[in-house]
Design a protein around this ligand. Structure first.
Ligand code: ATP
Ligand code: MG
Length: 576
């Protein structure tokens, strides 16, 4: 029998020449805690050493077989010269769903266990050449077609004159799933942190942009302006508007937009957007929609759903420079506990799913892992801000949904969005009516801790005839309200302020001035709204930066409501 040599390769893996099987059995038995009889303990036996050795050998053979049978890892024995399977243990048969007869006598690549036949043959040749092989992640396919990820260690040794390969196979499917779930959770935390940052920045920018845009509006209307000055003001206004759009998208990403969710038929939203998209997409792009006739209702802001569709469709168009097809498919899907566990953060439940697919260039895995991050773009400088998908991500999340991407380079991309399904009928959407620009003579309490913005708002209101009591401090605002002798039908207040927040101020005022209506202004939705106090009506919120006309219309609209709206049943969803 050949002696074994166990060297260690530079990479740390043992390099083995054919090891005698008895030595290997002995090693296994010792490792498993079986004690073999000490060599010196045979003195009392009348039997010859030869018979005792035969006994030892038989016993160790039985034990070895038992280990093979009860092992909780798969063990596969191959003929080292042909690659044919010579034995397989019950664990592996159970794992892969094959019987002993179906496996023994076949080569690995004949059975269809390994999808990649060429790779399987190459691995076998490597084993033959090196007497050792380790494969950390082999995707096998069970007889039932299920994918099983395994880790394989193959050793070549000599078994009674025959060279065999023993493959120890460990099922790592659960470990892989856990790793994937961990990756998804880490990604979710990263997005959360970036969202916080983006939301904070957007908040401060909104106040600044409000002042820039507001004074541009006032200046632009002055009759004494020279033409060049008017043009310069228009340029400042344009730049400010671009900034406003950017901040809006950042806010959408950080899920701090003020949404106006309604019960919505997603099919209707798709049909409405398809009309617009057909004009935008160009002749070489075909748009197909396959809409489920009994689709459940979702709760979302219609204008935001339009945004989602527009962004996805425009990205799809850009990914198909030579043309192609975009398909939008809607369906109902139910997700059970088991599926939800595999795809965090999806929870089990009933969903309405919208899939937007294209036949474009696709994306590699690295690109896919960044696409929802703000400012990530692979487009040429100046062609993309990298905020399209971040906006989509934020809108979907704020609406209680989830989004996933499936893409292959050269084979197109598919986005799947799932919204929670509700059983109520969709609301009938009324077309927006244009409210005339009208002022009034009422007295308005104005509270905002940003001085320049408060002065500007005051100027807007006074231009339209209102009397304004203004303060940058909520405590002082309460005193002003108490001291004001006449009626005070409206308060316009910022949401986040030092001292009392806007909603807290409104609560305090409600006891002394029950008639007061409240118009909240905010650059973003504040935590205060989501926690305890919500504005009373969907018309009682104005997103910063607002234009003079938006403000004046909203003010008149509120003042004209005969009964103050009940503040607590809001239809504005704020903060996600
Ligand atoms: N359907 C798609 N096919 C291939 N790649 C896509 C697709 N959709 C998005 N991407 C990739 O994701 C990146 C980010 O998309 P996102 O919409 O956020 O930004 P953008 O399109 O580059 O710029 P913006 O939308 O702000 O104009 C894109 O630059 C592109 O690389
Ligand atoms: Mg885009």
């Amino acid at each position: 029998m050949k002696e074994s040599t166990n060297n260690v390769r530079p990479n740390g893996s043992p390099e083995q020449s054919a090891v005698p099987v008895e030595r290997l059995q002995q090693q296994i038995l010792c490792a498993e805690g079986f004690r073999s009889r000490p060599p010196g303990n045979r003195g009392n036996s009348r039997r010859s050493d030869g018979a005792a050795m035969a006994d030892d050998l038989r016993n160790s053979g039985v034990r070895y077989r038992r280990l093979f049978e009860v092992a909780q890892d798969g063990i596969l024995m191959l003929d080292a010269s042909t690659g044919l399977i010579t034995d397989v243990n019950p664990f592996l048969m159970h794992l892969l769903g094959y019987s002993h007869e179906e496996l023994v006598g076949k080569a690995l690549w004949e059975i269809g266990l390994l999808k990649d036949i060429a790779a399987a043959k190459a691995a076998f040749q490597e084993l033959q050449a090196n007497n050792y092989g380790r494969y950390d992640n082999l995707p096998l396919k069970s007889k039932g077609g299920l994918s099983v990820n395994v880790e394989v260690v193959g050793n070549v040794y000599n078994d009674n004159g025959e060279t065999v390969i023993q493959c120890n196979i460990r099922d790592i499917t659960q470990r892989k799933h856990a790793e994937k779930s961990g990756q998804r959770l880490r990604q979710a935390h990263k997005m959360e942190a970036v969202g916080q940052l983006a939301g904070g920045l957007a908040h401060d920018f909104n106040n600044l942009l409000g002042v820039i845009l507001g004074y541009c509006e006032i200046l632009g209307e002055r009759p004494d302006l020279t033409e060049p000055a008017r043009k310069m003001i228009a340029e400042i206004h344009n730049a400010g508007t671009t900034g406003k759009n950017l901040t809006q998208r950042l806010l959408a990403f950080s899920r701090r937009q003020a949404l106006k969710p309604v019960l919505l038929d997603l099919n209707e939203a798709v049909n409405r957007t398809v009309v617009m998209l057909n004009r935008l997409l160009g002749d070489n792009v075909t748009l197909v929609s396959v809409l489920n006739g009994s689709l459940g209702t979702i709760e979302a802001d219609p204008s935001q759903i339009d945004q989602v569709l527009m962004n996805l469709a425009i990205n799809a168009r850009d990914a198909m420079p030579k043309g192609g097809t975009i398909s939008i498919i809607t369906s109902n899907v139910d997700i059970d506990e088991a599926s939800a566990a595999l795809y965090p953060p999806i929870s089990p439940g009933r969903y309405v799913m919208m899939t937007v697919s294209d036949t474009g260039i696709g994306m590699n895995l690295d690109t896919q892992s960044h696409i929802f991050e703000p400012f990530f773009s692979t487009k040429a400088p100046g062609s993309g801000t990298g905020l399209g998908l971040s906006t989509v991500f934020g809108i979907v999340k704020q609406s209680g949904g989830t989004i996933g991407v499936y893409s292959e380079l050269g084979h197109g991309t598919s986005f799947r969005i799932r919204f929670p399904r509700c059983d109520r009928a969709p609301a009938v959407l009324q077309p927006a009516t244009e409210i005339p620009l009208r002022g009034g003579s009422e007295t308005i309490l104005l509270v905002d801790d940003s001085n320049p913005l408060r002065q500007l708002t005051r100027m807007f209101l006074e231009t339209f005839g209102y009397t304004v009591l203004d303060s940058g401090d909520s405590g002082e605002a309460l005193r002003m309200a108490a001291e004001h002798p006449g009626p005070l039908p409206l308060m316009i207040t910022d949401v986040v302020m030092p001292g009392f927040s806007g909603p807290m101020l409104a609560e305090k005022l409600a006891s002394t001035r029950p008639e007061i209506r409240v118009l909240y202004t905010s650059g973003y939705t504040a935590e205060e709204f989501s926690q305890d106090v919500s504005p009373g009506d969907d018309s009682a919120f104005l997103t910063k930066p607002f234009s003079r006309d938006d403000l004046v219309r909203k003010v008149r609209e509120l003042l004209d409501v005969p009964v103050p709206p009940a503040r607590r049943d809001s239809s504005v969803r704020l903060a996600g």
